[in-house]
Design a protein around this ligand. Sequence first.
Ligand SMILES: O=C(O)c1ccccc1NCC(=O)[C@H](O)[C@H](O)COP(=O)(O)O
Length: 201
Amino acid sequence: MTRVKVCGITSVNDAVLSAEAGADALGFIFAPVSRRLVSPAVARQAGLSVGPGPARVGVFMNQALDEVLRTAEAARVSAVQVHGPVSSLYVQAISGYYPVLRVLRPADLAAEADVWTDVPGVTLMLDAPEPGGGIPLDWAALKAAFPSGAWLAGGLGPANVAEAIRHLRPAGVDAVSRLEAQAGVKDPAAVQAFIRAAKTA
Ligand SMILES: O=C(O)c1ccccc1NCC(=O)[C@H](O)[C@H](O)COP(=O)(O)O
């Protein structure tokens, strides 16, 4: 069954409603550019409020390695998601501490996808060039190059996630924009419908 990550959690309430709806992973964004920025303290509290079931993923973009590791430790996340044009050594260093979701854009696939094939602890995620921007990828065009075992993000929501899964059969799906009532605040009905649609696709 496709795993589901609900990203951009900024409160205990949204963590609990996402976990109760069946989310396999909750994303906490620590990239300062994000409108869904959350503090490590709130992320830690939200993670504690849902127990050990869902993975707690700290999301970072172009941040120094020591900042990533310190923040991940303070927030008590169980995995780290890495966006941006960082080196493979940087990703490998993080994977020594946490399972890593390495995010690539379709344009990066040719150069970087093979680097991570069969590397323990590193899983690929395909996302749109603007993270959190709500723009879907061209699933049909991606089909031939989509890496086995990779996750899919980019403009997914209740209305289109089943179609995306049918095209690419990702290991997991991830979304934020289309699950919100406003930036950083979840729409409970959208979260529930998204998870139901992904799990039954
Ligand atoms: O969502 C953000 O604001 C964000 C900012 C900076 C780095 C990452 C960010 N989000 C990461 C995610 O995992 C999103 O869920 C993913 O990009 C999909 O977003 P959307 O297209 O809005 O569903």
